[in-house]
Design a protein around this ligand. Structure first.
Ligand SMILES: Nc1ncnc2c1ncn2[C@@H]1O[C@H](COP(=O)(O)OP(=O)(O)O)[C@@H](O)[C@H]1O
Ligand SMILES: [Mg+2]
Length: 236
């Protein structure tokens, strides 16, 4: 009897392999990051892909969940699979109403679930915000992008979701980037680490890659720094 109990104990299973614990329903709960921003082209998918691979390369088990019918994350994933065989991360899709169920399932078998969302803020976004341990809001260095964040901020507040603005396409030492950064700080928490405006982000995305797949670069360095910062907030 005692042996049977020990064999079924989650702690016992967890000690055998780092991933064994995640197979015990109700025992392991990975974290969820939702990436949202009303403005298209602000960098949601770029952020999703680059953070996912950065964390996968640290040994975390990462699932991407695409809720954008445009499916650019899916195209990236298929390209990646063709190129590398093993993409290193998992990908699922969900419609707006399926997000909660998918997140619930995925967080039981992954350390981290990253949800990419369409460029709109409406009631459909609520489940993705509700599930999130952290909502990342990319803001490209323009006031138009900044104005577009109000909607997601309001909705996130209503869902009691923690938010973090990530400045994207930032141009070092420009007045505009600094103005946008200052204005963003008035709205809520802003990540200390920014992503610069770099062709590497666009190039790698089209090739099914991330900036962490290649040689060391400024882009890789800033993604690593942002991943560290977010990991600290989420205790990953
Ligand atoms: N920091 C950046 N530097 C250069 N290009 C970027 C950057 N972030 C995003 N892009 C490019 O801008 C386009 C839109 O980005 P994307 O991540 O698809 O935005 P969204 O998912 O918010 O619509 C893509 O071609 C992407 O490669
Ligand atoms: Mg996108």
């Amino acid at each position: 009897m005692t042996d049977g109990f020990v064999a079924l104990s989650p702690l016992f299973v967890a000690a055998e392999s780092p991933y064994a614990a995640v197979r015990q329903p109700g025992v392991f709960m990975g974290k969820v990051i939702t990436i949202a921003q009303q403005k298209g082209g602000s960098g949601k998918t770029t952020l999703a892909v680059n953070l996912a691979i950065a964390y996968a390369k640290r040994g975390l088990r990462v699932a991407l969940l695409d809720t954008d019918p445009q499916g650019s994350l899916g195209r990236w994933f298929l390209t990646r699979r063709e190129k590398l065989g093993d993409p290193g991360v998992d990908l699922s899709t969900a419609s707006a109403w399926g997000v909660s169920y998918e997140c619930e399932k995925l967080r039981r078998i992954n350390d981290l679930v990253i949800v990419d969302t369409p460029p709109k803020v409406d009631a459909d976004l609520r489940p993705a915000l509700r599930e999130a341990d952290l909502v990342l809001i990319p803001v490209a260095a323009s006031h138009v992008d900044l104005w577009a964040t109000d909607g997601v901020m309001d909705l996130a507040a209503r869902e009691r979701a923690r938010t973090l603005v990530v400045l994207n396409r930032s141009k070092a030492n420009t007045r505009l980037s600094q103005d946008v950064a200052d204005a963003a700080a008035q709205l809520g928490a802003v990540a200390e680490n920014r992503l610069g405006h770099r062709v590497a982000y666009a190039e790698t995305l089209g090739l099914g890659l991330s900036v962490s797949d290649g040689q060391k670069s400024a882009a890789q360095q800033e993604v690593t720094a942002l991943a560290d910062e977010v990991a600290g907030l989420l205790e990953l």
